[in-house]
Design a protein around this ligand. Structure first.
Ligand SMILES: C[S@@+](CC[C@H](N)C(=O)[O-])C[C@H]1O[C@@H](n2cnc3c(N)ncnc32)[C@H](O)[C@@H]1O
Length: 544
């Protein structure tokens, strides 16, 4: 990912405004009470906490002491790697296997042309996070931690990205919910510590393709906690859960007491000159629902701060708002540039909005932004006119399939077919096989998302130990003598040259065929969030 070359400037403190002292004292006592209660529950529970949204289960970061609820566990600040732009830092020490940050969303932009450089630089390609299954040439735009990790030589890598286990519709079913297709199903991308990471150390992941100078000595990037507190943002204020209103999907909740004026989260922006690039598909790309658009402007901005894209809309209950950041990493000077000059310098993350509490917020309260009256009107109209799509009753979400159940062979499916929208993926241990041959399955060394191939059940057998095993044909095919995979295509027969035998059920999973997911439904709701009027420079007004 391209990083922004930022010059060091004198840091400015992040604004925290005080309101009623008494109320804050009461809220503080309440927060400590909740913290102590939570810790005592955690200490009496032998297993880690499980956060559940829809069908997905992801282990939440481990909390070890009451201080963990008071202390900020993660910071965003200027990277300690020269020219690294923004970087992510540990606010407390982490152990090997601990979760870094919290599970977050990815939004898949299918059929993304290569020349969308602003999108490509901060998104993940092909085999990442199961994105390849949403369409052709999909890019995963993930907010939060995934997008902001920097890289170092392998000896200094301390963190690894982990794919979501399964997509989830967060309760928005296409047959009953107007919001189906308006939110991403890809939630749960997260990261894990590969080693002990002391407080103050910068998190780094392996980009895989980064050139390092062999002759240069690299030191592990780090900052002091006082420096992070002074110059960075705490990015540990939000919890993601099912929204209180079942119409909304997921939502963002306050993890700790947030006094009025607190910067709840930063929102670095990716800038796009023209929304039209996302309007080439029908419906328009889901990505725009997570973007901000100024009125009377074609420009559109994706805020990729951790958890920011999960803050839902409410006019009455809004308790946070966007403000331009006062942090030195925000290039405030760009806001006075002419339109053309702005586009000469604009790089992802160079402009940063802060999500700021507009009143005191108690731990556990849901956060709401006012997306603007245009959004509110459009949503109201959508709900009023909404009808379920044809065939909604025959449709089955992959997450509703039994992932342990017996699978039917191709022969059996002729009589008893599976729902049309579903396909199977197999985790093959030998993705790299050079030519067609059959192998017995073995435990793969790679991550799930990296070894999955569309597959078809040829035979079902019972092993000596009584387990059900499958013989599967993998959807590799040979083109001009070279093995390749392809997007799912029912009309082309697959080749039976690449076969895995003795495949256990756990290596096979259900997935949606490309373009069948809710986000591709023609009448799915699309509307960007309004960029707050008072924050928009006049130069951004463009002819529509
Ligand atoms: C920026 S996302 C917010 C996070 C989203 N709830 C999710 O689960 O990913 C914006 C989308 O959330 C849903 N949403 C947000 N506020 C809503 C509201 N007040 N009523 C219904 N849906 C809402 C709409 O689908 C909207 O397009």
């Amino acid at each position: 990912m391209v990083r922004i070359d930022t010059k060091s400037r004198s840091p400015k403190p992040i604004g925290v405004l005080c309101t009623s002292q008494i109320f804050r004292f009461v809220a503080f006592v309440l927060a400590v009470f909740v913290a102590v209660q939570t810790i005592s529950i955690l200490q009496s529970t032998p297993h880690p906490r499980i956060g559940e949204i829809g069908a997905l289960s992801v282990t939440s970061p481990v909390l070890r002491s009451p201080h963990d609820l008071e202390q900020c566990r993660f910071y965003l600040a200027e990277s300690a790697i020269p020219h690294g732009g923004l970087g992510l830092f540990a606010g407390v020490g982490l152990l090997k296997g601990d979760m870094v940050g919290f599970p977050d969303i990815c939004i898949f932009v299918s059929d993304a042309p290569d020349h969308w450089t602003h999108l490509r630089s901060h998104t993940f390609g092909w085999a990442s996070f199961f994105g390849q299954y949403e369409g052709k040439n999909s890019r995963a735009a993930c907010e939060g931690f995934a997008t902001t990790f920097n890289t170092m030589p392998l000896t200094h890598i301390n963190t690894k990205l982990k794919s979501p286990v399964q997509p989830t519709n967060a309760g928005l079913e296409r047959g009953s919910q107007p919001g189906a297709g308006a939110i991403t199903h890809h939630y749960g991308m997260h990261a894990e510590a590969l080693d002990v990471i002391p407080a103050g150390f910068e998190f780094t992941i392996d980009y895989g393709d980064w050139d390092f100078d062999d002759n240069q000595e690299y030191t592990k990037p780090q900052r002091t906690i006082p420096n992070l507190k002074e110059t960075g943002w705490c990015i540990d204020n939000i919890d993601i859960r099912q929204a209180m209103d079942p119409f909304m999907g997921r939502g963002a909740f306050a993890k700790r007491f947030l006094a009025s004026g607190t910067v709840v989260a930063p929102a670095p922006l990716q800038c796009f000159e023209d929304r039209a690039v996302f309007q080439k598909t029908k419906p328009e790309q889901l990505y725009v629902n997570y973007c901000l658009q100024p009125k009377n402007s074609k420009m559109i901005f994706f805020p990729y701060g951790p958890g920011v894209g999960l803050i839902n809309h409410s006019i009455d209950k809004a308790n946070v708002e966007f403000k331009w950041s006062r942090n030195a990493m925000h290039h405030s000077g760009w806001l006075s540039l002419s339109y053309n000059d702005f586009w000469k310098v604009a790089t992802p993350g160079g402009l940063i909005l802060d999500v700021v509490a507009t009143r005191d917020i108690l731990p556990g309260e849901e956060l709401f932004l006012n997306y603007g009256t245009d959004w509110d009107t459009a949503w109201g109209k959508h709900v009023q006119e909404w009808l379920p799509p044809n065939g909604a009753n025959d449709y089955i979400y992959p997450e509703d399939m039994d992932e342990t159940g017996i699978l039917r062979t191709l022969q059996e499916q002729k009589i008893n077919p599976y729902p049309e929208n579903l396909a199977l993926l197999c985790n093959t241990p030998d993705w790299e096989r050079k030519e067609s041959y059959h192998i017995d399955w073995a435990e793969p060394e790679h991550e799930w998302a990296e070894g999955m191939v569309y597959c078809h059940i040829i035979e079902r057998t019972i092993a000596k130990n009584g387990d059900v095993e499958y013989t599967v044909a993998l959807d590799f095919h040979t083109q001009k003598g070279k093995k390749t995979t392809r997007s799912y295509n029912d009309s082309k027969p697959f080749e039976r040259q690449y076969v895995d035998r003795k495949v256990p059920r756990r290596a096979i999973r259900w997935i949606e065929k490309p373009y069948y997911d809710d986000e591709h439904m023609e009448r799915a709701f699309r509307h960007p969030i309004s960029f707050p009027k008072d924050l928009v420079p006049s130069a951004w007004k463009t002819k529509l």
